[in-house]
Design a protein around this ligand. Sequence first.
Ligand code: 26Q
Length: 748
Amino acid sequence: MNRDRLIEKLKDIDVAGKTEQELYTEISKACMSEIMETPQKAPAKTVSYFSVEFLMGRMFFNNLMALGVLDEAREIFEEKGFDLNRFEDVEDAALGNGGLGRLAACYLDSAANLGYPMCGYGIRYQYGLFKQRFEDGRQIEEADDWLKVWGDPWSVRRANEKIDVVFKDMTVTAVPYDMPIYGKRVNTLRLFQAEGSPEAEKISEYLYPADDTEEGKLLRIRQEYFFSAAAVGQIVASYAKKYGANFDRFPEFHAFQLNDTHAVFAVAEFLRLLTQEYKLTFARAVDIAKRTFNYTNHTILPEALEWWDVKLVEKILPEIAHILTRLHLHAKREWDLSYPIEDTTEMSIVRGGRFSMANVAVYISGRVNGVAGIHTKILKERLFAAACKNDPYKFLNVTNGVTPRRWLMLCNRELADFYDESLGLQWRSDLEELWQIRCTNADNLSKFAAIKALKKRQLAEYIERKEGIKLLPDAIYISQVKRLHEYKRQLMTALAILYLYFDLKDGKLPDFTPMVFIFGAKAASGYKRAKAIIKFINDIAELVNGDEEVNARLQVVFVQNYGVSYAEKIIPGTDVSLQVSTAGFEASGTGNMKFMMNGAVTLGTLDGANIEIMEKAGGHSSYIFGAKVTEIEKIKASYDPGEFVAQDLKIKRVTDTLTDGTFDDEGGELKEIYASLFEQTYNSPDYYLVLYDLPKYLEALLRVNKEYQDEERFARKQLVNATRSAYFSSDRAIEEYAERIWKLGGSR
Ligand code: 26Q
């Protein structure tokens, strides 16, 4: 890539008479042509990252920054009378639900920037994650036709590299679209589009509309096999072209990473190809697969584990079902030889007429990792205890990370500029340098505080434009942005806000610093209770914001259509990051890391990566509360939420609002929430300990409220968080994967 030449190309672009979209395409294409001409060193070993989700967000600003032309491009087009910020209307590439998909995007970014060869494989959904708006406080979903207005200039269709994927009832053509990932090397994200017939096209039409529960099983199986088989087919064919049918050296050149179990059919397809096309014995093929595949687990929620009915798989993929069954027997025989006295039922690939995709992944993988220390511990002690007992070295932890390019340099360039001025540019490639910033230095503190205030103003302007709500200017900005799920406990925050509201009305909080609560979350379309919680929070917002007695001190806003681009605004403008999941349920969290990097303090439970974040930031710079993982079981044994609430009338007053007519409940949503807290539903009453942890949550919030009054001291806590966040860079995470899992050694 030739930067000067690119600048010249940009200067040559004429803006007159062009639509925004035409200009967007032209500028993007100019960048693409430079990217594509960057020469590539042939890699020694390549990582193939299999993921059914890639939540890339907006590529325009990120890529211009990566190419080092963002500032100059802004100036060039400014002079021509065009403000590049108008491209903030470009749709996000939202081909993912949440954490797992965004992690894949961060990892692609880091691998490219560190120079590791990695190719992402996934599906090019025609419609990404639904767009969300609120009507009467309720979530309305709309199809995300992300290509319609702006197209996709950042990808190249490779029709000549298409490949057929065969199902029993149809053959589907997988057409690759390649998106270059620009860094020290140019890597590729290859997304397959399904073509050939109207039924075929359905496979890549929609992102599976859930991040946790089940829906449309057959289509989901088709999606999973579709992209896994296309990717494996191409990788294996290109290897065979070079080395023939001798696959002994395959693991020298390829490491496969399964981003959760959603691509486990890749294992079966790999075995199918090696045994049927290349005539290896089954045992030989399994041996090679074992040296190639690795698996990352992202959730321990039982309802999110993949179990596919053998009958269902047989129906559309009989050979694949046969291979998985054969693998089951193969594994059993191996276990009988290696651990004859152990009970290995738990590790079984087929159980009760279903394939356990997690057990396939664990059996075949050289390395299995969790995504935060405590999560990996739970995997080893509970979910995969039997497998771990027999093969402890297979399991390891790699705590997640997020890319500091998008989540600091791009979304908070003021903070990045401050670091440049203080430290020079070295920190940009080594975040550990940030430890050198002195957090007690008055000059540093006032500069940091000014940046935080500016980012808060920018956020307030943005929210006013998008939602029509004016945020209080002099308040603590507290954000809870993430998918809506009971275990993440947005409901607990809602109840805490109501509690504060009543206290304020009763004049019980005399020195209260104004607080603004910012929510952002999408609820899975079939997840009724999550949708009810959105409705409840919007009801509370209406009550609080409309009450002249309190609305100068308390404010609630639930932003619509939260996603990557919204996050880029909210995170830098936040003082306090809420990470309040029930201990043991959030595998890691990655939003928590983005907030830390931008100098928000964490108010949260000892769950997922919060634990490690609070370790790095120190107890004085974090607000920890709530039941610990080790206590949960004991608490639950004797916990009765009805009794609990009866002992605290102020909490009872808050939960009573769900049924006492404080809010209109025509749709019955609030009653349903009430039932979830006090009755046996699909879970035991208050399964996630919302009420149990509420008093301690309130204490923590009030501690923040009080300590924020000493603004300088609070800014110090924030700066400590920002400057100690290096560990949560995805560069660190990818280095760990490269060394401990992929064995990339000399491959860059
Ligand atoms: C399950 C069964 C059938 C169909 C789909 C699914 C399914 C789909 C998506 C199950 C899980 C997901 C997504 C999980 C996810 O996003 N997990 C998050 O991963 C992050 C990255 O590691 C963590 O930080 C979060 O803690 C974790 O919740």
